[in-house]
Design a protein around this ligand. Structure first.
Ligand SMILES: Nc1ncnc2c1ncn2[C@@H]1O[C@H](COP(=O)(O)OP(=O)(O)OP(=O)(O)O)[C@@H](O)[C@H]1O
Ligand SMILES: [Mg+2]
Length: 370
């Protein structure tokens, strides 16, 4: 747990952080968000004592951070720096091992941990370990930044716009991976972001800052349903009902799909479901159980023709991954003009389907609560 009590930080006459108090329970992600210059990075640097407050105290698990040597404290707090901050003259593997080296772990343990982190980040160690940061894409560099922060398995992670420099599509992927990692590791995380959707998706709580103060500190649901004042409601925007959809993982709402393999007797299958009158749609799978596309049982040729009867031969555009949220689902539906879309796992296997009805139910319930 991190407790920030009445902390103020000034740079000359500028009050960067103005008497803030904030309590971040252990194992939770607290997203700090707010306009540029409102003091987010300063809060993060106060926690690991890169900066010292003018007033107030910060406690980690009940202990005053002033009782630790700053360099010791920093070795036990993972830090992902705004704009990545990898050391350019070190290889990727050396970058990951910086803190374990400082902690004088033996080489074998460092090596094991480095390999484990490559696996966790889903990056091929042999391909990346000897590269230099300039040889990485933005998204790869961000992953290495996160791996480096996790290297010594610290209880606390400070992440200052860790995915800020990545394009939206890759950012979604990184967010989903990070949430998977966090569901295992349960770190206490302070996560700075400019992106409200990111804060809603990742945060157990969101602290919205303005001019050095915290304007509202609540769960994403509360912030969206009950903005405390005009600044918050302007910040979260008119489409807050839609934004709430990012809090709902598709995996909890998807239904079991009706499927048939292309190697099975598709005609027999169709005549059987026609007799029953439902379902209208089913999904055709290839011999490896990967999705070929949706089929409307009312409008098929006899005999069935894979070429003519599959409604959407290229399914990539309408498919979402099982790590997506209902908001991703809705934007996919609106973008592609389809009411039911398939959900696939890491290996492109069909694991469910989700229809616009499920989304309507959630938005109706949300509207009632507001
Ligand atoms: N080293 C410094 N010297 C003087 N003023 C500073 C310094 N660092 C930050 N500030 C000022 O303190 C305020 C808070 O800065 P901070 O970096 O915490 O903002 P931020 O919310 O992280 O902004 P951004 O979203 O742009 O990263 C700003 O007004 C900034 O100009
Ligand atoms: Mg900043």
């Amino acid at each position: 747990m991190i407790q920030i009590r009445n902390v103020t930080k000034k740079y000359g006459t500028i009050i960067a952080v103005d008497n803030i108090s904030l309590e971040i329970p252990g194992g939770e992600i607290c997203c700090l968000i707010g306009p540029s210059g409102c003091g987010k990075s300063t809060v993060v640097k106060l926690i690991n004592r890169m900066l010292e407050p003018a007033n107030g105290s910060i406690f980690i698990d009940g202990k005053d951070t002033r009782d630790f040597k700053p360099e010791l404290l920093r070795r036990h707090i993972g830090y992902v720096i705004q704009n990545i901050g990898l050391f350019p003259h070190m290889t990727v593997a050396e970058n990951i091992a910086v803190v374990p080296q400082l902690l004088s772990w033996n080489q074998e343990k460092i090596e094991e941990r480095t390999e484990e982190l490559f696996r966790m980040m889903r990056m091929e160690s042999d391909h990346y370990r000897d590269k230099y940061p300039r040889e990485l894409s933005g998204g790869e560099a961000q992953r290495i930044g996160v791996a480096r922060a996790l290297a010594s398995d610290p209880e606390i992670l400070l992440m200052d716009e860790p995915f800020g420099a990545v394009d939206p599509l890759n950012r979604e992927g990184l967010q989903a991976e990070f949430m998977k990692i966090q569901s295992d590791l349960k770190k206490t995380v302070v996560f700075v972001t400019h992106d409200l959707d990111e804060a809603i998706r990742l945060g157990d709580r969101i602290a919205l800052m303005r001019e050095g103060k915290i304007v509202q500190y609540d769960t994403p649901e509360e912030i969206l349903a009950h903005p405390q004042n005009r600044f918050v409601s302007d910040f979260v925007g008119a489409d807050r009902a839609l934004k709430r959809l990012s809090r709902f993982p598709v995996s909890e709402f998807m239904k079991k799909p009706v499927v048939v393999k292309v190697t099975d007797d598709v005609d027999a299958f169709i005549s059987q479901i026609r007799k029953k009158g439902r379902p209208r749609f089913f999904w055709l799978l290839d011999e490896d159980e990967r999705l070929i596309g949706p089929v409307d049982s009312r409008h098929v040729h006899t005999p069935f023709s894979r070429e003519e009867d599959v409604m959407e031969a290229n399914c990539t555009a309408i498919t979402v991954r099982d790590s997506a949220t209902l908001r991703d689902v809705l934007s996919r539906m609106l973008g592609q003009g389809v009411k039911t879309i398939p959900v696939t796992d890491d290996n492109s296997r069909l694991v469910g389907e989700i229809s616009i009805l499920e989304i309507e139910k959630v938005t109706e319930e949300a509207a009632l609560e507001c």
